[in-house]
Design a protein around this ligand. Structure first.
Ligand code: GLA
Length: 671
């Protein structure tokens, strides 16, 4: 789901940071609720910080590539690539390592095709590198895989003994085929069986949060899954994040919430999204189990997994899980108290467009001070700030900061905010105005400040006022007007512009920063009345599948819809969407009216309920009440006079998006 950002939203960025770190004083933000004292660390000393390591499941599932060579290869890379030094220790085998049948003595038998030398040989190999070995079975009669590998229910003591004899250091204990036996009983029996071996074995409870293990398992295992399985997609990661965040009070040394293993590097998300995944798991003090085959991993994947400043957030010995400070409009602030008194602060942008996300030192729990140091844990750079912590965060991105009431703040250059008054919309060959600001937000002055704006080759970009200032004191800004012209004939589409600043700290250190802007080259709307199904849009989002022209929404591929049909009436033209949806059209202040017949498409039978809205820039120009499949088409008319952009929005009607096939039938624009 994407959240559109108003065209008039100001974009800001700190001088030195592409992603947009900045600090301003005095913005109000809600306080973090006081954390209950987490249960004391257990005496066994296991998992006093969240376990770190590898597990094959997310990359291989049961496929044949999961074998001894893979496991040894990962152990080798842990050492060679410095991941062991970064804290990664456990090399864990997931499901499918065993044969389907126990031997005549009831013992588990490693699959000889995958592990020809057995598990003990793998454990020895891993131990020789100073690493640890993990294994998997289920608290049921069989594991989760349909091939039916043996589970440990009724065999707890002998299986635990066998694991200990092999030299296993970690057990993931799953929940399939549990025969309805009470979860607490099943998981406690294995806890006792592991204890009886006398070998320290980290115990990972994997019952998917079904029995609220956070309420009863802190003296059973060292970690418990809080959700169903993660998959390698943005929506899966996001859904798990939202389930795990509220469980912060239950985490602490030796007993961690486990939002499942990392997908970083598996290809289903962008690197920006993977950096968010890794940042958010770290700020939640989640176990960091690499789930990609490191033998094939890219440089970018290693750079994410090996970021020691981020890992230090996860592994902080205080063992607090970060708490949500604020969450609105897809702008999340999550703050984690650190043992040294600083706060790790994740500014996470769930939405599909860049947004400014702001909080303050006091809101994240820091004491009052003249100024703070602020370290960007992805950029690896430090600044000073007077109080508020904020950044312009790219779509799906996270800026991860460490903020401290540090008496040495003056050793850092001031944070400087770079902003524009929006992403420009321009018609080719027509000069368009833009304003930039560079504001000193640190306690110390920014000197020799300059700003520049560059566009694609062939574009004309001219400053209409000053582009430099001798010095800016706290809170003072350099404001610059610009005229931007795309050459005649530039095709409609998105083009990158870059706003840059350079300044000096009081001690003379040069700091530079950049803010990427996206200029949209648009075509003027046609005069007269046009079908909106036939006009180009600026942006279009739909809850399932793409927005369809002149058909309903078929939920997955483009072109999979049916004729637009509401209450038995079939329409030749219009737009078919699935809630939540948002389509924007450039109207260039030249249009007057939008009309449509709206409703839930008949293809969903009796199901689906949605509400329709038409927006003229920031004004809601028309809206329906909740419409269901039982209702005929509802005519809507909106006065959009003077609007630069018109948006057609569909919401879920308040009951979730299930079956919400919404039709903008016969939608027309008059200009
Ligand atoms: C369950 C677990 C997964 C994985 C598979 C293996 O689905 O939740 O993490 O271990 O079983 O079959």
């Amino acid at each position: 789901m994407r959240h559109p950002r108003s065209r008039t939203t100001r974009r800001r960025v700190a001088g030195a940071l592409t992603a947009g770190l900045l600090c301003t004083a005095g913005l109000a933000a809600p306080a973090v609720a006081a954390a209950p004292t987490p249960p004391a660390a257990p005496a066994d000393g296991l998992a006093l910080t969240p376990p770190m390591g590898f597990n094959n499941w997310n990359s291989t599932h049961c496929r044949a590539e999961f074998d001894e060579a893979m496991v040894k290869g990962i152990a080798d890379l842990f050492v060679e690539k410095g991941l062991k030094d970064a804290g990664y220790r456990y090399v864990n085998l997931d499901d499918c390592w065993a044969l389907p049948n126990r031997d005549a003595d009831g013992k588990l038998v490693p699959d000889p095709a995958r592990f020809p030398g057995g598990i003990k040989a793998v454990a020895d190999y891993v131990h020789a590198k100073g690493l640890k070995l993990g294994i998997y079975t289920s608290a049921g009669t069989k594991t989760c895989n349909s091939a039916g590998f043996p589970g440990a229910l009724g065999h707890e003591y002998s299986d635990a003994r066998q694991f200990a004899d092999w030299g296993v250091d970690y057990l993931k204990y799953d929940n399939c085929n549990n025969q309805g036996v009470d979860a607490r009983q099943r998981y406690r029996t294995m806890r006792d069986a592991l204890a009886a071996t006398g070998r320290p074995i980290v115990y990972s409870i994997c019952e998917w949060g079904e029995n609220k293990p956070w309420e009863w398992a802190s003296d059973v295992g060292q970690l418990w899954r809080t959700t169903g399985d993660i998959s390698d997609s943005w929506s899966s990661m996001l859904s798990i994040l939202k389930q795990n965040l509220p469980l912060a009070p239950y985490a602490g040394p030796g007993h961690w919430n486990d939002p499942d293993m990392l997908e970083v590097g598996n290809g289903g998300m962008t690197d920006t999204e993977y950096r968010s995944h890794f940042s958010l798991w770290s700020v939640m003090a989640a176990p960091l189990l690499i789930g990609t085959d490191l033998r094939k991993a890219s440089r970018a994947t290693f750079d994410i997994l090996d970021n020691k400043e981020v890992i230090a957030v996860d592994q902080d010995p205080l063992g607090k899980q970060g708490r949500v400070v604020s969450a609105a409009g897809g702008r999340w602030v999550v703050a984690k108290e650190m043992k040294d008194g600083s706060r790790a602060v994740a500014l996470f942008n769930e939405s599909g467009t860049a947004q400014r996300i702001a909080t303050s030192a006091s809101a994240v729990g820091l004491p009052d001070a003249d100024a703070y140091t602020l370290r960007d844990l992805w950029q690896h750079r430090g600044y000073n700030t007077a109080g508020t912590v904020a950044a312009t965060v790219p779509a799906h991105g996270t800026v991860l900061l460490r903020v401290a009431a540090d008496p040495d703040w003056a050793a850092q250059p001031p944070a400087v905010e770079l902003a524009s008054d929006g992403d420009p919309l321009l018609e080719a060959a027509t000069p368009t105005a833009l304003t930039s600001t560079v504001t000193d937000l640190g306690r110390t002055p920014a000197r020799r400040v300059s700003v520049s704006l560059t566009g694609p080759a062939g574009w004309t970009v001219r400053a209409t006022s000053a582009t430099s200032a001798t010095a800016l004191s706290t809170g003072k800004a350099l404001r610059t007007g610009w005229r931007v012209t795309a050459p005649a004939g530039t095709p409609a589409g998105s083009y990158g512009l870059t706003l840059r600043t350079s300044y000096r700290s009081p001690s003379g250190t040069r700091v530079t920063g950049a803010l990427p802007l996206t200029a949209a080259v648009v075509v003027p709307p046609p005069a007269g009345t046009s079908s909106l199904g036939g006009l180009p849009w600026l942006s279009a989002t739909s809850g399932w599948g793409p927005v369809e022209r002149d058909t309903s929404n078929g939920e997955s591929d483009a072109g999979d819809g049916h004729p637009l049909t509401i209450g038995g009436t079939v329409y030749a033209h219009g737009l078919g969407v699935h809630a939540p949806s948002d389509i924007s059209f450039y109207t260039g202040r030249a249009c007057e009216k939008v009309t449509a017949d709206v409703g839930v498409d008949d293809e969903k039978g009796t199901k689906g309920s949605v509400a329709f809205e038409i927006w003229a820039d920031g004004t809601k120009a028309a809206a329906t009440d909740v419409l269901t499949n039982a209702m005929p088409a509802r005519p809507v008319t909106a006065d959009v006079t003077g609007a630069q952009v018109v948006r057609l929005v569909v919401t879920d009607g308040g009951d979730g998006i299930d079956s919400d096939h919404a039709d903008w039938a016969d939608a027309r624009l008059s200009c």
